[in-house]
Design a protein around this ligand. Structure first.
Ligand SMILES: NC(=O)c1ccc[n+]([C@@H]2O[C@H](COP(=O)([O-])OP(=O)(O)OC[C@H]3O[C@@H](n4cnc5c(N)ncnc54)[C@H](O)[C@@H]3O)[C@@H](O)[C@H]2O)c1
Length: 411
């Protein structure tokens, strides 16, 4: 079978690479540099295991900017994003749906993997109907299967997470499920595309809320002179409370999804005359967390140099989108900052933060070190050795020692 992955970013690349173990996969993306790199079988993102899959399955992987690739496809997976400043705006998906419609062959399955406002799949289906002249559910099939993978664990998540599928009709859902069933990946059909759309938004809202609870708890423990990690463990020993063992406090919520999906859900609810105060509170706590961390750091070092280790929104990724470290850096601009990240591209770092990326030893050679992202690289004994005699503010709970002040561990 032939499949197209439309939108080859953080979701599209690992998804296509996993599916290429069984299907011939063509990536379609408007970014010609990215397409050139994927055509050379070189992924453009840092994701554990991705390069190996590209090497292993290279005969079954191709890439193009040309939507005519859709014509020879049995299935098309839509993975383009939405604008960061207006995440409920589905114009990129609509443009993509028009192109797919203009190039569609009878009987093709279209599966939307992007995170979208409730009602979007049905609207995209009518665009495709208009452009293709085919009827949704008969001439072509359409389902929503929201992508739930986590960056840095994308491949294992794509293989192991159950796929939630809501079809425009039963046949659409079953065809969607079959693609994964045939690869031994678990699937669950839900009642409609709208149910699948809402499940994804609600999941991310709840994840962000759990993080907000942790961030609030860290601030309370700082104020009370308690250790948030001891408290989390003990609160979580009540079997009804599961979130405290899964989530830890940090410098804020970042990344492409957890920052925007609550806004998409709020917008969807507002259009139905509802407003979620819970989302307002979650956003307020998580949005102010980088400033809380920056204030804690300022309390530890007056003037002087600060080395920041880890710039991405979480560990083991190169994704700088919506990283809370950006707001921390802005708030610390009175200080001399030396910033380091083992995965981020130095050029992109300069463009994104307006500061040069430095080597690890230069960053460590500062009056205070802030641990900003929990890359495994910083857990390595050699790096830990470098940090041993340095004053450290650990916003990620990866270090121990008298020289370390941890977020949420009041003294
Ligand atoms: N990144 C994640 O961890 C993650 C996880 C689950 C779900 N999602 C959702 O998946 C979607 C994609 O996220 P992402 O992180 O991969 O975004 P991304 O920005 O990394 O990738 C999107 C890709 O789409 C391409 N594109 C844009 N318009 C296009 C068009 N008209 N035709 C073809 N290609 C086009 C862009 O060039 C880009 O390469 C979003 O809706 C996101 O919310 C992301």
């Amino acid at each position: 079978m032939n499949g197209c992955i439309v939108g080859a970013g953080y979701v599209g690349q690992p998804l296509g690479a996993v599916l290429s173990s069984r299907y011939n996969i063509t990536y379609v993306d408007i970014n010609s540099d990215l397409v050139r790199s994927l055509s050379d079988h070189k992924p453009t993102i840092h994701e554990p295991g991705l390069e190996d899959l590209f090497k292993k399955n290279k005969e079954r992987i191709s890439a193009t900017t040309d939507y005519s690739a859709v014509r020879n496809s049995d299935f098309v997976m839509l993975c383009v994003g939405t604008p960061q400043d207006m995440p409920w705006d589905t114009r990129y998906l609509e443009e993509s749906a028009s192109e797919i419609g203009r190039n569609l062959s009878k009987g093709t399955l279209i599966m939307v993997r992007s995170t979208v406002p409730v009602g979007t799949n049905r609207r995209l289906a009518s665009i495709i109907e208009r452009e293709s002249g085919l009827k949704a559910g008969e001439g072509f099939y359409m389902c929503h299967c929201p992508e739930r993978m986590r960056e840095s664990k994308a491949i294992q998540d794509i293989l192991n997470q159950e796929k939630i599928i809501g079809g425009l009709n039963r046949k659409s859902a079953e065809l969607g499920a079959k693609i994964f069933d045939d690869m031994g990946i678990k699937t669950r059909i839900v009642s409609s595309p709208e149910a699948a759309e809402y499940i994804k938004l609600k999941t991310n809202e709840l994840l962000a809320t759990h993080i907000a609870i942790q961030n609030q708890m860290a601030r309370e423990c700082d104020a009370l002179g308690l250790d948030v990690h001891e408290i989390r463990e003990m609160v979580g020993s009540d079997p009804r409370i599961t979130c405290t063992s899964t989530f830890i406090p940090g410098p804020g919520v970042g990344g492409y999804c957890l920052t925007k999906d609550s806004y998409i859900l709020q917008k969807t609810l507002n259009e139905k005359g509802l407003h979620s105060k819970l989302i307002d509170v979650e956003r307020e706590i998580n949005n102010s967390q980088p400033l809380y961390v920056a204030d804690e750091v300022k309390r530890m070092v007056e003037g002087g140099t600060i080395g920041i280790l880890g710039l991405t929104f979480k560990g083991n990724t190169d994704d700088l989108r919506e990283t809370p470290i950006k707001r921390i850096i802005e708030s610390l601009k009175e200080h001399t900052l030396r910033i380091h990240d083992p995965h981020a591209d130095p050029e992109e770092v300069r463009r994104f933060f307006g500061i040069e990326h430095v080597g690890l030893e230069d960053a460590v050679n500062s009056d205070l070190i802030l641990i900003g992202a929990d890359h495994d690289f910083y857990r390595n004994p050699e790096v830990q050795n470098l940090l041993r005699n340095r004053r450290v503010y650990d916003a990620r709970n990866i270090l121990d020692g008298d020289n370390v002040k941890k977020l949420g561990v009041g003294r």
